[in-house]
Design a protein around this ligand. Sequence first.
Ligand SMILES: [Zn+2]
Length: 319
Amino acid sequence: MRAILTFALIMLGACAARSAAEPYHLIPGQVTPNKGPDGNTIVLDAPDGLIVVDTGRHPEHVRAILAYANERRKPISAIVNTHWHLDHTTGNWDIRKAYPNVRVYASDALEGALVGFFPTSRKGAEEFVRSGKASPAQRAEMDRSFHVMDHPELLRPTDVISKSGPVEIAGRSLDVHLTKFAATEGDVWLYDPKAKIAIVGDLVVDIVPFMDTACADGWANALDEIAALPFRTLIPGHGPVMDRTDFLAWRTAYDNFVKCGHSSVDGKECVAGWERDAAKFIDEGHRAYVHDAAGYYLTTRLRSSPEEQQKYCKPLKTP
Ligand SMILES: [Zn+2]
C-alpha cells in the first residue's frame, strides 16, 4: 500500500515539475451547450513581457489571463489572434483596457467578417433575444458580442500578418504562419522550432471542426502544412494538448468527414463516421453536442449549394 502511495506521490511530483518547465502557459477554454465557447489561451514569455495567443470570449476567461499576468508581474505586451471568431478575440477589449499599448497581431480577415458573417449572425441573435427565450447569461454574452461588433477597433490588429515568416513580437522572434481560406479567411498559427510546439488555433478543434466559416478543402491543406513540420506538441484552438499521433488521427477524421460529406453516402453515416474516427477526442459530456454539431456542419457547409460551399474560399470583402 505504502509503495503504491509513494509511487503516486512521485508521479504527482513528476507531473508538477514537468508542467512548470513547459515553455508555455495554457488557460483552457470551454465548449458548453447553450453557451458561447471560449478558445484556448496560450501565454508565451518574451523579452518585453507576455505574448497572449487568443483572448477568449467571456469576462471570466479574460480575468484568468489578467490574473496570470499579475501573478507573473509581467505586462501583456502583445496579443496574437489565430483568427477573428469572437471566442478567440472578444477578450482583446479587456486586455486593451488594462494594457493600452498592447500590440495586436492578426490577419486582416476580420474585415470580411464585418461585412459578411457578423451582420448575419447578429440578425439571428437579435431574433433570439426578441423571442424572450434567451437567459440573462445569454443576453449578457450577446450584448458583449454586439459591443465589439459595433466597435471593431477593439478587435482589430495593430499589426497585420499578411504572409508566413519570422516576426518579432514583444522582442521574441516567432515562426508565424498564415493560411488563407481554411477555418476562416486568414488563419494565423505559430511554430516554435526549438521546443517543437505548434499553436494552431481552430485548425484543430478536438471534438468537432467548427466549420461555420470554413473552406473545407483549404482547411485540409492547412492540416497538411502543419503535418509537414516536425512538431512534438500541438495546442489546438479548443481541447487538450495533442501529440503528433493524436494530431494525425484527428486529421484522418477530418479528411474522412469531408470526403463523406462530398459523397452521396447517407448523412447519418458521415456523422457516425466522425463520431467513430474522433472517438478518443469526444468525452461523454460532449457526445450529444458533437452529434448535433457534426450534422449541422454537414448540412450547412459540406452539403450546401455549390455557391455556399465556396463562400469562404475567396475574399468576403470586395475592394
Ligand atoms: Zn474557437
